[in-house]
Design a protein around this ligand. Structure first.
Ligand SMILES: [Zn+2]
Ligand SMILES: [Zn+2]
Length: 338
């Protein structure tokens, strides 16, 4: 018997945590907290943890890993499965991490006699993955946070024609219709309109930041500066192999130490207090209503068209869409296809 409990992440943006129980044994897909002041945890209890045999982590963002200390406090000591790069990015260590490496891509990786997984890249950040999970007699697909049209990172999907018992699909930008390639072109045009002014991009630790920086490096002559807090992202970018689209990737560093110059393009962490009064700030994510900054929305999750595409490619008896406050209503599809 399959029992799925959403412990967070459906109808909200954050605390992604999905509990899947089959015949009295359970797994957890991600274990995140809300990115709010209260850091709202998922609805994970000791009763859930008691049945857990594995926790699968899709990537290192706080809305996917922030509640791992809570799982440990509730007594969880089993394997915490994640990619090598995800482990590198975590701020703290966990007791029993089960790391997989690039060479296992596309292969069944066993956890025990009745639990095994395949993985592939999801394009959202370096080391972010989707999982195909075989759990007793059930097949599960978990997209993690997924970006369909990335510029530098690879995003793949399982190649076998499996009918999943359940699929969990990222619907983070379901209310949007965005062509990432066109947005990159618009940003480059905007930058060229202001040749003599520094431009700041408030940026997150994500594939989006790599996409925009790489595109501007290749399509403008402006020097690119990366703030200390984001240096690790760019260093990993050079270090990883397979996770990049080979035709787009950069093999040598193209960013320079911070310096206040007139024609610089600055990639600055979102909460950073570095501030150039003379600079233009360009936002590429969600804006608050009152904000009037130059704005070019770039996807870090699937938009409506991407969700339609993913829902066709992943054949499942039941689908749970997560990572959005908006419901998913696809034409020709119902939310749950039992
Ligand atoms: Zn994320
Ligand atoms: Zn997320």
């Amino acid at each position: 018997m399959l029992n799925v409990e959403v412990l967070g992440g459906v109808g909200e943006y954050g605390r992604n945590c999905f509990y899947i129980e089959v015949d009295g044994q359970a797994i957890l897909l991600d274990c995140g907290i809300m990115k709010n002041a209260q850091k709202t945890p998922p609805k994970l209890t000791a009763a859930h943890v008691e049945k857990l045999v594995a926790v699968f982590i899709s990537h290192s963002h706080i809305d996917h890993v922030g509640a791992l200390p809570i799982a440990e406090r509730l007594g969880y000591a089993g394997p915490i499965v994640m990619s090598e790069m995800t482990q590198c990015q975590l701020k703290q260590c966990y007791r029993n991490t089960h790391i997989f490496y690039e060479d296992s891509i596309g292969e069944w990786v066993p956890i025990n006699d009745y639990l095994a997984f395949k993985w592939g890249y999801s394009g959202h950040v370096i080391g972010s993955v989707w999982y195909q999970i075989r759990f007793i007699d059930k097949m599960i697909f978990y997209s993690g946070d997924y970006v369909v049209d990335t510029y530098v990172l690879q995003a793949t999907l399982p190649q076998d024609n499996v009918i999943y018992d359940i699929a969990l699909i990222d619907s983070g930008h379901v209310e949007k219709h965005v062509d990432n390639q066109a947005v990159l072109q618009q940003i480059a045009q905007f930058v060229q309109t202001y040749p003599q002014q520094p431009i700041i991009f408030p940026s997150s630790f994500s594939g989006k930041t790599l996409d925009i920086a790489t595109y501007l490096f290749k399509h403008t002559a402006r020097p690119i500066y990366v703030e200390q807090q984001l240096q690790a992202l760019f260093q990993q970018y050079i270090a990883v192999g397979q996770n990049m689209k080979s035709e787009k990737a950069i093999s040598t560093p193209f960013w320079i130490p911070m310096e206040d110059v007139e024609d610089g393009l600055y990639f600055i962490a979102e909460q950073s207090d570095i501030y150039y009064p003379q600079a233009i700030t360009v936002y590429t994510g969600y804006l608050k209503k009152e904000d009037t900054y130059p704005h070019f929305f770039y996807k870090t999750h699937p938009d409506y068209e991407d969700i339609v595409k993913l829902s066709k490619q992943i054949c499942a008896k039941q689908v749970i869409y997560f990572h959005s406050t908006f419901p998913v209503q696809l034409e020709g599809y119902s939310e749950s296809r039992k």
